[in-house]
Design a protein around this ligand. Structure first.
Ligand code: SAM
Length: 328
């Protein structure tokens, strides 16, 4: 069976959040205080949900959070995932999105457990600025050590995600271009979306795709290369062939028409869009019923997947949860 929504979009990508706790307090994501938290589920429960979804056509699973590497059992979870097969009999494409703080020690065990790829979030290549954004001292050393350990372990490619905020880190664009070239990682800039706990988003804070390209081209011209239609990032290489960057532009260039994703939150709810107003309680169905009941529920829920987000439109409503509680 293949999950398809009512607009004909095949649902092949799953993001599963295994905790909404985080050891960073990035200014554009969390409040400085301890916010509300949802319960983490036993890892076996996430595994059962993923297994059912994979039997319905999921091909890629990205583990996220909160901060997924805080969760004990993450390596075993990856090992279990890597035993699953897609409906076509292929191995799953598995990835983790992490802030990288604990990655230096975990990169090799994760690779050995079968993880294919890792994305590390990092919003400045200047240590002082990094500390101001994350509100954590000495994180920069840990994260760069984590990135290097991931490369040594053969997690390939290592991607680095940077959310740009006007007046805060747009001076890092060119620096990140150099970082991509020096470190052999793919740096991807993400437009800031209205998903933060503190409700500070405004269109003026977003640094849009065109501006990122223009600033980077002043450092060195870029050439666009092909990207898969379901891929969120537009891809570019530098003119001399050294270094790749990507731009994820959900605000200025939405890609909802090609969206192939659904999410499971750390408390076992399905979200069909980052900007959904509702959660769907897969965990509740799982506790009461069989795998077949779960599959029937998932099929019904996927039909409710939103056509698109409405960022920047008069009828836009903030989603019912912030990014850290959804799983980015
Ligand atoms: N803790 C992990 C990490 O830092 O990658 C995983 C969870 S984090 C919520 C996932 C990603 O969402 C990070 O790359 C983060 O920068 C991004 N993010 C958080 N809030 C965002 C927002 N309002 N707009 C765009 N990206 C956001």
């Amino acid at each position: 069976m293949r999950l398809t929504d009512k607009f004909g979009r095949a649902i092949t990508d799953l993001r599963v959040s295994i905790t909404d706790r985080c050891n960073y307090k990035c200014v554009y994501c969390r409040t400085g205080n301890e916010g509300a938290q949802y319960a983490d589920l036993p890892m076996a429960d996430y595994l059962r949900m993923v297994r059912v979804l994979v039997s319905m056509g999921i091909e890629k699973v990205r583990i996220t959070g909160g901060e997924p590497l805080l969760r004990k059992g993450v390596v075993d979870f990856v090992r279990e995932l890597s035993l699953l097969r897609t409906v076509d009999g292929n191995s799953l494409d598995t990835a983790i999105t992490t802030n990288g703080h604990l990655l230096a020690d975990l990169a090799q065990p994760l690779k050995d457990a079968g993880l294919k790829r890792v994305t590390v979030s990092m919003d400045a290549v200047d240590p002082a600025k990094f500390a101001r954004i994350t509100r954590v001292e000495n994180g920069y050393q840990n994260v760069t050590a984590g990135i290097r350990a991931a490369r040594r372990a053969g997690l390939d490619p290592v991607k680095v995600n940077c959310v740009l905020l006007r007046g805060f880190n747009e001076d890092q664009i060119v620096e990140f271009g150099k970082f991509a070239r020096d470190e052999g990682v793919v740096v991807r800039f993400i437009e800031f979306m209205p998903l933060e706990e503190d409700r500070v988003w405004s269109p003026e804070i977003v640094v849009p795709l065109d501006e990122i390209l223009q600033r980077m081209s002043q450092f060195m011209p870029l050439k666009e290369i092909a990207h898969a239609s379901s891929e969120t990032a537009r891809r570019y290489i530098f003119e001399d062939g050294i270094g790749e960057i990507g731009i994820i532009a959900p605000v200025s260039h939405p890609f909802c028409g090609h969206c192939s994703r659904i999410r499971i939150t750390s408390d076992g709810k399905i979200r069909t869009c980052l900007f959904s107003q509702v959660d769907h309680d897969l965990y509740g169905v799982m506790k009461r019923g069989s795998d077949a009941d779960m599959a029937a529920y998932i099929e019904k829920v996927v039909q409710q997947k939103e056509a698109r987000h409405h960022i920047g439109e008069p009828d836009f409503q903030k989603p019912s949860r912030s990014m850290v509680h959804i799983g980015g």
